[in-house]
Write a protein that binds this ligand. Structure first.
Ligand code: FAD
Length: 509
């Protein structure tokens, strides 16, 4: 049996590899031209594939590795060499990919068996059984919201992770009220671990920056900080647990100028490539708590991201596609402001966040949610253009994870994930960051020449989407403020918002 390993399936310890006679891997170079993928991302992806190939070969596993333009060309070359081979593939995470690959193999008279993907903690059956139970229970009127928090608690109960018998460890399911601190002025984030690029990474990087020289993002190898091997990913995990985890919790919502990583784990690219498994990452964090090396508020906060949000997103995507791909319940159609591409803006928050994505293909969660997608949301940008922007810009972006986060969580283009949009004015940014004090725009002003663009756009967004949002969960307070504004105030807000959109399109924000 030949196991076909895709670029984001670089996990050695999966049962399908136990019985493999051979491994097939295809680098599809034209595929990487469908979008102007960030050079840091392509260096990571192709670099990690070649490293995985070499590790398998060191174990004396036969790897048929093709560098070609398309998956079709790779399959042609493979079946020319091994006409009788039978292929097995772990279920790809992108919607429809298993079916597409099956037809490509069938068209070459080959056979392809698709098996379960073991790179997540919860199986398809686990989620679907839970979802079915909640759907059935809704008939009797009980609280059955198909929401993350219910799922997260279910995973905790079923796996015993951070449980004390039937109760959550420490008595609470979450410690978010301890996790909204801003670091003191003199605080510096710990250094980010770096891995010296070896010859393989250097070669890939040189080739990527040559072939994809018109792509969006920083081509500089000095900025490359992402693990490309399992060994490096394990080092990154050690570093996180030993150095960053204790402060992860309290500062997880903070935004600081020139601190792009704070105490975030920076593990998403390794998890999404398969270099780390969610279970081992969570076990390490829980052990640190058990040995007294990390506080519960940090460990629970981190565990929730992995066994709650990451798993939930994967399943919601799976169940909401293909509808999610086109969802646009607020009918938002403006082009994404030019600053997302040029990085040029006077707004400090967006300049920092877009700059970080451009530099390394990374921004932390609050930058993604409350700066990058919040601004696009209240500006009225097309959620699918934003999804595409995230997809090509981020090192950890794959359709299965970017789509629910951007289309669902970030832009409320579907209500599959939350009952209200994550929309805010400049007030939130000011509270959680040190950006506004050095910004030429005044966060206290809504209208007038130097008023913070978040403010007028925020009110204008609420007004524009009143029909959909007024009745939605927890929006009542916001609409009481909407109701308190008089016609003159609205006139000024609407004029300012229209002007900001014009400036956004012209790259003049
Ligand atoms: P940490 O803050 O240290 O969190 C730990 C881990 O939890 C992450 O590594 C990640 O694996 C997981 N996680 C946390 N939240 C989520 C979530 N909502 N969905 C999936 N995993 C989660 N994550 C991606 O992996 N790829 C994406 O393309 C992506 N796009 C996003 C777009 C938007 C608009 C938003 C709001 C979030 C997005 N996320 C995405 C989720 C999250 O922001 C990133 O996983 C996280 O910032 C990665 O950095 P980290 O590893 O330092 O994470």
């Amino acid at each position: 049996m030949t196991v076909w390993i895709l670029g984001d399936q670089l996990t050695r310890d999966v049962s399908v590899l136990d019985d493999a006679d051979r491994v097939l891997m295809v680098e599809a170079h034209a595929f990487a031209e469908r979008m102007p993928y960030q050079p840091q991302k392509l260096t990571l992806l192709f670099g990690a594939m070649r490293q995985f190939r070499d590790e398998l070969r060191n174990e004396r596993i036969d790897v048929a590795y093709y560098e070609c333009e398309t998956f079709g060309e790779g399959l042609d070359a493979f079946f020319d060499e091994y006409p009788d081979a039978e292929l097995t593939l772990q279920r790809p995470s992108s919607h429809g990919a298993a079916e597409r690959f099956s037809s490509m193999v069938e068209a070459r008279d080959g056979s392809l068996t698709v098996v379960d993907d073991e790179r997540f903690l919860t199986s398809i059956e686990f989620f679907d059984d839970w979802a079915e139970e909640r759907e059935n229970a809704s008939d009797d009127g009980s609280d059955t919201r198909f929401r993350h928090e219910n799922f997260y608690r279910h995973v905790r109960r079923e796996t015993g992770i951070l449980m004390d018998g039937d109760d959550p460890e420490g008595g609470e399911w979450n410690y978010d009220d301890e996790n909204r601190e801003t670091p003191p002025d003199e605080w510096n984030a710990p250094d980010v671990p770096r891995f010296d690029p070896d010859e393989t990474t250097r070669d890939v990087h040189e080739w990527v920056t040559d072939r994809y020289d018109d792509h969006w993002g920083n081509p500089d190898l000095d900025a490359f900080v992402w693990p490309v091997t399992r060994e490096q990913a394990l080092q990154a995990l050690d570093h996180f647990v030993e150095v960053r985890l204790s402060e992860f919790g309290p500062y997880q919502d903070a935004l600081l100028r020139e601190e792009w990583a704070l105490c975030h784990s920076l593990l998403s690219s390794s998890l999404n490539l398969g270099l780390l498994t969610p279970r081992e990452v969570v076990d390490r964090a829980v052990s640190a708590y058990e040995s007294g090396d990390a506080p519960l508020n940090s460990v629970e906060g981190f565990v929730r991201q992995i066994i709650g949000w990451r798993e939930f997103m994967r399943h919601v995507y799976r169940r909401s596609m293909p509808e999610m791909n086109d969802a646009n319940q607020l009918d938002q159609t403006h082009e994404l402001p030019e600053l997302y591409y040029s990085g040029e803006t006077e707004m400090v928050c967006l300049s920092e966040a877009v700059g970080n994505v451009h530099a390394r293909g990374y921004a932390h969660h609050i930058e993604r949610l409350m700066i990058l997608s919040n601004f696009a949301l209240i500006y009225g940008a097309d959620p699918h253009e934003l999804n595409r922007w995230f997809h090509f810009g981020f090192v950890d972006a794959y359709h299965w994870v970017t789509t629910p986060n951007v289309v669902g969580m970030g832009t409320f283009a579907t209500d599959a994930l939350s009952s209200k949009p994550y929309a805010s004015s400049g007030n939130y940014v000011n509270k959680m960051s040190d950006f506004c004090s050095s910004c030429p725009y005044a966060v206290t002003k809504t209208t007038g020449e130097n008023a913070c663009p978040f403010n007028a756009l925020y009110w204008d967004f609420l007004k524009d989407n009143e029909e959909t949002l007024r009745g939605t969960g927890r929006m009542g307070l916001m609409y009481s403020h909407v109701d308190n504004k008089d016609d003159e105030e609205w006139n000024e807000i609407r004029t300012r918002a229209a002007d900001l959109r014009e400036r956004g399109a012209a790259g003049e924000l």
